[in-house]
Write a protein that binds this ligand. Structure first.
Ligand code: KIV
Ligand code: ZN
Length: 523
């Protein structure tokens, strides 16, 4: 049994986060190396038991990020995903072996439709792959998870044979995913009950749920699987993932914490960090969080109607089943004004959960002063947007220095842009069909590129006409997409920052590929 299983006792449920693997796999959600490290660090600090850091065979970049996350992890087990081939497993073993607690997660499809059309293998060959792949993974690590892809559409007898063989070959966790989001709570609960009852060595492994949200039942199905005896839940922050996404970590954790009376399980996640995790994942992927999303949506704790407000004022339990503070939502507080000093600012950052080095602190303080000069009220959300912007752009080769835009009814709109490119300042003018177009054209003049604009999105960080605008821009190039983000009270400055940020990511990927090529040529 794994360490998690033994600490799990009867009712400890292990949280396995796959934001960096299944979440990142969905189109448009790709993250850079630094962003992955940032998310992994937060998950680790938050008490997530297992972080699935990536799919090492997928690319050199994936391999390196899994390895670095494995190296840096303080408490969490670090898992890497691999298919059933020895080449995949060895690459995965190489990446995770530096972790204090490494895990190899290997999978193969077991449903008739997948075996016939995707794998083009007979069931007996699949069974042999299960045995061989788990055995190979055990040569690298003691902690091996085996998954039956499309498990919920698999013949029960065959599933039981595979599970038994996987455990016999050394798998310590058995995952039965609802890969296509097809199951229902009652069916999934029963599946776990039956498999655990029928498989003779079932007590030697921890069972795991992994649910996709195609019918909107991923969280309900996951919890039902736990009722059926599973003790590991695979999920992602904000529920990001393939198609309709995966089960949302924050919803699962809060359901267990809030309904202990009917879900008598323990989870180790620090719930006050959920909101921060949601914001970071949304920022780095630029997947907005739906306003009415449970737990972390902007309206999740808003009480607009008069009747509700009246009830809340008399007793907040009238309409609140959990407090906003318990998930890290602070009542919007007035921060500091333009007279606030560096010390107060540093204290505020600490309270918000940031720790910046001296140089980053200096830059952030300068931007805070600038913001406080321009904006009447500076809220916690403003500071968070500003710091996230600063952290995300810290390693950028290109930076926005100045922007002047002439806009209005007269047209054409004109932008004059100054960028710092590798330490040198350059200025260009460009016109466009509107001020945003003119701004982006000026950037293209300064940094010629072929990338296409795939998404442009603006939202206000707080209320009021002087609110900061947070802009997301997605650029596509070379078969991949990169998302950038910028925040500023001036929407055009945020737009420029977001575009330049995305461009930096794209160029850093191109630089990486280029240096790999050169290394390969000189080897
Ligand atoms: O959905 C799925 O089946 C998966 C497996 C690789 C675990 O993500
Ligand atoms: Zn999945």
């Amino acid at each position: 049994m794994t360490e998690h299983a033994s600490t799990a006792g009867g009712d400890r449920v292990v949280i396995f986060d796959t934001t960096l693997r299944d979440g990142e796999q969905c189109p448009g959600a790709s993250m850079t190396f630094d962003e992955k490290l940032q998310v992994a660090e937060l998950l680790d600090d938050m008490g997530v038991d297992i972080i699935e850091a990536g799919f090492p065979i997928a690319s050199q970049g994936d391999f390196e990020s899994v390895q670095e996350i494995a190296r840096r992890a303080k408490n969490a087990t670090i898992a890497g995903l691999s298919r059933a081939s020895f080449k995949d497993i060895d690459r995965c073993g190489e990446a995770v072996k530096v972790a204090g607690k490494p895990r190899i997660h290997t999978f193969i499809s077991t449903s008739p439709i997948h075996m016939k059309h995707k794998l083009q293998m007979e069931p007996e060959t699949v069974l042999q792959h299960v045995i061989d792949s788990v055995g190979r993974a055990r040569n690298w690590v003691d902690d091996v998870e085996w998954s039956a892809e499309d498990g919920t559409r698999t013949d029960l007898d065959f599933l039981c044979r595979c599970v038994e063989a996987a455990i016999k070959a050394g798998a310590t966790t058995i995952n039965i995913p609802d890969t296509v989001g097809y199951t229902t709570p009652a069916e999934y609960r029963e599946l776990f009950r039956q498999v655990r009852e029928r498989v003779p060595n079932a007590d030697k492994a921890v069972f795991s749920v992994h649910c996709h949200n195609d019918l909107g039942m991923a969280v309900a199905n996951s919890l039902a699987g736990v009722e059926g005896g599973a003790r590991q839940i695979e999920c992602t922050i904000n529920g990001i993932g393939e198609r309709a996404g995966n089960a949302a970590l924050e919803e699962i954790v809060m359901a267990i914490k809030t309904r202990g009376d009917v879900l008598p399980y323990e989870v180790g996640v620090e719930t006050t960090m959920l909101m921060r995790a949601s914001k970071i994942v949304s920022a780095v992927t630029s997947f907005p969080v739906q306003y009415n999303k449970a737990i972390v949506g902007r309206n999740a704790f808003a009480h607009e109607s008069g009747i509700h407000q009246d009830g809340m004022l008399k007793n907040n339990q009238t309409y609140e089943i959990m407090t906003p503070e318990s998930v890290g939502v602070k009542s919007t507080s007035l921060v500091m004004g333009k007279h606030s000093g560096r010390h107060a600012f540093k204290e505020k950052l600490k309270e918000l959960g940031y720790s910046l080095g001296d140089n980053a602190l200096q830059d952030a303080f300068r931007r805070f002063k600038d913001l406080a000069d321009r904006k009447k009220i500076v809220y916690d959300e403003d500071i968070e947007a500003l710091i996230d912007d600063e952290i995300l752009a810290a390693h950028d080769r290109i930076k926005v220095v100045a922007l002047t835009v002439i806009a209005g009814t007269g047209g054409p709109q004109k932008a004059t842009m100054t960028l710092d490119i590798d330490g040198q300042r350059h200025t260009r003018e460009a016109t466009g069909n509107g001020p945003v177009d003119a701004t982006f054209n000026a950037i293209k003049e300064l940094v010629p590129h072929e990338a296409k604009l795939e998404l442009y999105q603006v939202h206000a960080v707080t209320q009021g006409t002087d609110a900061q605008a947070e802009v997301s821009v997605r650029l596509g190039g070379g078969g991949r997409s990169f998302t950038g983000r910028g925040a500023d009270p001036d929407t055009l400055v945020s737009s420029a920052r977001a575009y330049v940020h995305a461009l930096n990511k794209l160029m850093s990927m191109q630089d990486r590929l280029h240096s790999q090529h050169s290394k390969a040529e000189t080897a």
